[in-house]
Write a protein that binds this ligand. Structure first.
Ligand code: NI
Length: 284
């Protein structure tokens, strides 16, 4: 078990509260990043989780008809338990406690891959715009760790400082096409204020769920992959019912695959079918 090492200074904490993001030059040691990278690349190459909607193309139609331009995997640790006990996770938890309090928990994780030359950018958005539970609210922050150096040329993150202090802005599906998973902010904001955050491999940016952010395309010859851990405070009742129309209208292939998988019994169904094959060989 790794133990977290507290390493945010009071100046870093103050800066995060003001800006809504923070850059850390290192959060995971090189040998661990190499291990995580190998695991994630295997999951992407094997299309792990595709059948249940855990792997999908964030910016395309995601119907398998053309190469995915920005594939992502939700909850990679569910497919690769070696991702569970890492210095990255321990450090992120320690920092999340410093920023959000001792009751935080890791609530979500995903990995995003952008292939060389054709890797699509991620539109400007606030993570909170994906929120679908109308009755609760909470604070959350995400740790975005690249598996290789990132610059503006291969899609490092950009943030709008202070945007986490405003409201959730209006979003829409890219091209107004509800078959696309991604969201993009459709309100006006000052894009010239954007701060680009290049990072070395194993560094991380931290952002609040309301901070406006985006990533450029991967125009480089190299693969670009990032692993993201999100930590949240306990949920509290929402002071007002919130339902974002841009979420209720979504009709993605990913959601259809997830529904189909659940309909077939999900994980229990898979275990059941395996048991049946073992116990009743020769049965359909
Ligand atoms: Ni985001």
């Amino acid at each position: 078990m790794h133990s977290p090492q507290p390493f945010l200074t009071s100046e870093q904490i103050r800066s995060f509260r003001e800006q809504g993001f923070l850059v850390l030059p290192q959060i995971s040691p090189p040998e661990e990043v190499a291990m995580i990278k190998q695991v994630l690349y295997r999951l992407f190459a094997e299309k792990t989780g595709w059948d249940r909607g855990s792997q999908f193309d964030m910016v395309g139609l995601d119907d398998g008809g053309s190469p995915a331009l920005s594939p992502q995997i939700i909850d990679p640790v569910a497919f690769a338990p070696e991702l569970r006990d890492t210095q990255f996770r321990a450090n992120a938890l320690g920092i999340a406690r410093e920023l959000l309090g001792s009751e935080v928990e890791c609530s979500y994780e995903h990995a995003i891959y952008k292939p060389p030359r054709i890797g699509s950018g991620t539109p400007w958005h606030q993570d909170e715009a994906f929120h679908t539970d109308q009755t609760t609210e909470y604070d959350a922050i995400s740790f975005w760790m690249p598996m290789q150096e990132v610059t503006a040329a291969n899609g490092c993150l950009q943030f709008i400082p202070g945007s986490h202090l405003g409201k959730v802005l209006t979003h829409r599906s890219p091209n107004n096409d509800p078959r696309i998973h991604a969201l993009e902010c459709s309100d006006e904001f000052d894009r010239s204020a954007a701060v680009s955050c290049p990072l070395p491999s194993g560094g991380a940016t931290i952002h609040h769920r309301r901070t406006l952010h985006a990533a450029g395309a991967n125009a480089s010859e190299m693969e670009r992959c990032a692993y993201v851990l999100t930590f949240k405070t306990p949920s509290r009742p929402s002071s007002q019912r919130r339902q974002f129309s841009w979420n209720t209208e979504k009709q993605t292939a990913r959601l259809a695959r997830r529904e189909g998988w659940r309909h077939r019994g999900g994980l229990l169904g898979r275990v059941g079918r395996k048991l049946k094959r073992l116990l009743l060989p020769g049965q359909p």
